[in-house]
Design a protein around this ligand. Structure first.
Ligand SMILES: [Zn+2]
Length: 310
């Protein structure tokens, strides 16, 4: 058996254990202590104390003008990727209609947003951002922060890429952890992730840059898609613990893995954010206890030994 598969198996059980409806059908679950379903709490809106407005970093208009002057550069356009021919030219018209209505809708939504927020709302973060979490999610359009945060503005430093990976956005993640000093680093995978599906099969026919971002997803070929998502989240947590070991060990950084289940694949409710990993800990009973007690730092949890393959 592939060593990664060994790693994957307890994960599946872990999640099943977290699902009360499914646990009864699972022998291992029956033998384990009754683990209550982990109910990840929604992060409350930022409670960072407000600081007086600091306009010392006011925009230097001259510099801005200098920068905004068009630089005459020879632009080389690459030919567009050829797609199958559009059906009788209708597609182009439809695409134009889509873009028009979307841009108009976005402008209108922005107008409503501007009107809905008092100046004080923007003043809070006009000079500095103070997020509490660096969150790495998949770019999938079905995964958005409003599913797990009432207002992520100035509270979540969000990094997105295909397959919610550390390595393909390492600088961005490092910036969140080491420069913005977010005490939480969270990796969120999701149901039926296309990146995971692609990585588990043959993707040699895809564009090189896409291949490059799939090669770093270490899952066995042919693995069931949600199992692959869970394994990948654990791999990301492990990689983050390796990279930010000092911060994790000293209790300054909690690394958490989660699965966003918008299809209710694990029978805990459609749209559930299921915590699947806390600082490398994936045992369902331990996870439930840690989450219930709010013990997210390794000082309290103890770090789980890393898999030798990482
Ligand atoms: Zn995805």
């Amino acid at each position: 058996m592939h060593p990664l598969l060994c790693h994957a198996r307890p994960l599946v059980i872990s999640l099943l254990l977290l699902a009360p409806g499914v646990a009864a059908a699972n022998e291992t679950a029956a033998a384990a202590p009754a683990a209550k379903a982990v109910v990840p709490e929604q992060l409350p809106p930022s409670i960072q104390p407000l600081k007086p407005a600091d306009h010392s970093a006011a925009v230097n208009n001259k510099a801005m003008v200098e920068r905004s002057r068009p630089v005459k550069k020879k632009v080389v356009h690459r030919p567009a990727v050829k797609h199958p021919p559009a059906a009788a030219g209708h597609e182009e018209h439809d695409e134009l209609g889509k873009v028009r209505s979307l841009v108009q809708a976005m402008v209108a939504a922005n107008q409503r947003y501007m009107k809905s927020k008092p100046a004080a709302y923007f003043e809070r973060f006009a000079s500095k951002q103070t997020p509490r979490a660096t969150v790495v999610t998949c770019s999938d359009s079905r995964v958005q922060s409003n599913a797990f945060h009432s207002d992520a503005v100035n509270d979540l430093f969000v990094v997105r890429n295909i397959g919610n990976q550390l390595v393909t956005a390492e600088g961005s993640v490092e910036y969140g952890v080491r420069h913005l000093h977010t005490p939480l680093l969270m990796f969120i995978g999701h149901a039926v992730c296309g990146a995971i599906q692609a990585a588990s099969g043959d993707f040699s026919n895809l564009e090189r840059p896409i291949q490059k971002e799939l090669l770093t997803i270490n899952i066995p070929k042919g693995i069931a898609i949600n199992d692959g998502v869970l394994l990948n989240v654990n791999n990301q947590v492990d990689a983050a613990i390796m990279k930010f070991g000092g911060e994790v060990e000293s209790g300054k950084l909690a690394v958490v893995g989660a699965f966003y289940d918008f299809r209710n694949d694990y029978k805990q409710g459609r749209g559930k954010l299921i915590i699947t990993n806390i600082n490398g800990e994936t045992d369902p009973a331990r996870l439930a206890a840690l989450a219930k007690a709010g013990n997210f730092f390794s000082a309290a949890t103890g770090m789980a030994p890393l898999n030798a393959s990482h």
